[in-house]
Design a protein around this ligand. Sequence first.
Ligand SMILES: Cc1cc2nc3c(=O)[nH]c(=O)nc-3n(C[C@H](O)[C@H](O)[C@H](O)COP(=O)(O)OP(=O)(O)OC[C@H]3O[C@@H](n4cnc5c(N)ncnc54)[C@H](O)[C@@H]3O)c2cc1C
Length: 457
Amino acid sequence: MPLRFVIIGGGPAGNTAATYAARLGAEVTVVERDIIGGAAHLWDCIPSKTMIATGGAMSFSRRMRGMGLEQHEAEIDPRALEERIEGIKGRLRSSISGLLESQGVRMVMGSARLLGPHEVEVQTVAGTERLQADALLVGTGSRPRIPDWCEPDSDRILTTRDCYPPKTMPEHIAVIGSGVTGVEFVHMFASLGCKVTLVVSRQQVLPNKDPEVAAVLEDDFLRRGVTLLKGARAVGIDRVDDEQGSGVLVRCDDGRIIRASHAVLAIGSVPNTDGLGLDSAGVELDRNGYIVINHHCQSNQAHIYAAGDVSGKLPLSSVASMQGRKVAEHVMGLHTREHRHLDYDKAASAIFTEPEIADVGLAEAEAFAAGRKIRVTKVPFSATPKALINNDPRGFVKIISDPATGVVLGGSIVGGAAAELISVIALAVTANLKVTDIVESLLVHPALSEALAEAAE
Ligand SMILES: Cc1cc2nc3c(=O)[nH]c(=O)nc-3n(C[C@H](O)[C@H](O)[C@H](O)COP(=O)(O)OP(=O)(O)OC[C@H]3O[C@@H](n4cnc5c(N)ncnc54)[C@H](O)[C@@H]3O)c2cc1C
């Protein structure tokens, strides 16, 4: 009899695990309460990047004069934008559902919870169904963190999930939180023509990133008229409806108050582990509610796995998918032959701002703090012909390598197409390639990737 593998959550973690496990011969059931494709497709990566692409087209239209063209200010059509987002989500959902179906995966639409270590109950519109499992994967994702000092109303006080697009396009939006999501939302609204104020609790946006990288982004925000309120922590947001119209008042801990038409919270997320019945199966959670996993993504109950945001590792869609794949291999016993552990330190990540920011592997500051000897080489895009042709010479490529062996340890890229270009450095880091491997690759001319080869010299 095939192994019965039940997966809760059809996001990147769940649907990737389902595809691979089914291919390897398991009898797979995926339970999803919202949309196959997950919050990644419904609320997070895909709609935010679609809005950013539209904002990018608007920014490009503002740079047209520099390309020998007449300047034309583009106008947003919020309905067309919403239709575009829905269209992309729909296409992705049907391609993922189609793939799962073609692999023989059973999809059950409903809300699942564990009744015990091997039993899952699903509430569907048709009633209740019980599933027996030999192995289980919890891939239920996370949701935006809502602090106790404000109450989002989906109208003026927003979470990130109310923004695709918001009911009314903000005249002035206050973005609370200056991590990756916060700066992407600043960029998104600024490029759509909104006035933006960013509340930055520290002295640097992106506090966990390379200061040189953060500085390029801050300069760009200031150039675009974004107000940076540094060293200010939001402690309250109230809605106001008065003679000036509808809006919000954001109160900061240092007494400063910002009036804006809208505010959006981008202050992190919390795991979807409550109400799942994990206690009935004896699954251990950490103090923030994430499922504790080992390097095979197993919880303390060996047959119950967790992958994606709920596992408290890197909250990235790409990482969730890779964990899902590793879980499928482990469940099906493949780890004995070809299983390689996931090395979260080698995950590439990108920030879809303008300029784009991407990094992978060892960071300069990290090496410095650890007293590790490194070689750092940096090339600005202003020296790259393709960046000049694109009328976008901002940013740089930085490669970090081992001075003794030449092995590439990490890198960061700020500039056009950084999210695509970082793949070369990510491959080098994963495969332990040397800087000479990049230098001696015969790359395309003219292309932005030439900056990679130069930085590797
Ligand atoms: C604004 C924003 C932008 C982002 N952009 C990017 C990006 O550009 N690139 C990137 O790599 N990452 C991005 N991320 C992170 C990415 O969205 C997550 O890391 C990814 O969605 C995690 O995948 P997952 O499979 O763990 O969960 P999810 O995608 O959240 O899927 C979990 C699924 O489980 C379902 N579920 C939950 N509970 C139950 C239940 N009891 N029964 C049945 N189903 C249930 C949910 O409905 C959901 O569909 C972004 C996040 C945010 C907030």
